[in-house]
Write a protein that binds this ligand. Structure first.
Ligand code: 5GP
Ligand code: ZN
Length: 117
């Protein structure tokens, strides 16, 4: 899709530190990491989010890439958190489905911080 940052990354039009790629997905380091390891896994095809009719095979490929990324980044044993910010309330800022793989340091157990009502 034109004007989509992550489509451009997938097509090599925007440089990124690639960690893994196959026919379905590309994984690359986040430009503004929020943990020592912060890698994004995206489908090569453009899907806005999880509700955009993503084929099951593509979802499978995305999640199959996660442990490969974790191995490559050296966090497979220490553990990691996998996050999908999906839509407005979750603060999704890039409208191309992506999975955050985050680790490299021990985290608190809580997962969600809500905006005050
Ligand atoms: P979201 O907030 O949509 O879940 O996550 C979007 C992520 O994409 C953010 O963590 C942001 O730092 C990252 N990001 C935005 N633009 C770029 C870019 O051009 N290159 C890379 N590698 N990451 C980006
Ligand atoms: Zn896209």
């Amino acid at each position: 899709m034109e004007d989509c940052i992550f489509c451009k990354v997938a097509h090599g039009a925007i440089p990124a530190t690639l960690i893994y790629q196959d026919d379905f997905v590309v994984a690359f380091d986040d430009i503004a990491p929020q943990s020592p390891v912060h890698t994004l896994v995206i489908p090569r095809e453009h899907y806005a989010d999880l509700g955009d009719g993503v084929p099951a095979a593509t979802l499978a490929a995305i999640f199959a890439a996660v442990p490969i990324v974790a191995e490559t980044k050296g966090i497979a044993q220490s553990g990691y958190r996998v996050i999908v910010n999906n839509g407005r309330d979750a603060n999704q800022t890039v409208g191309h489905l992506h999975i955050h793989v985050m680790g490299g340091r021990a985290m608190q157990h809580g997962m969600v911080t809500f905006v005050a009502e």
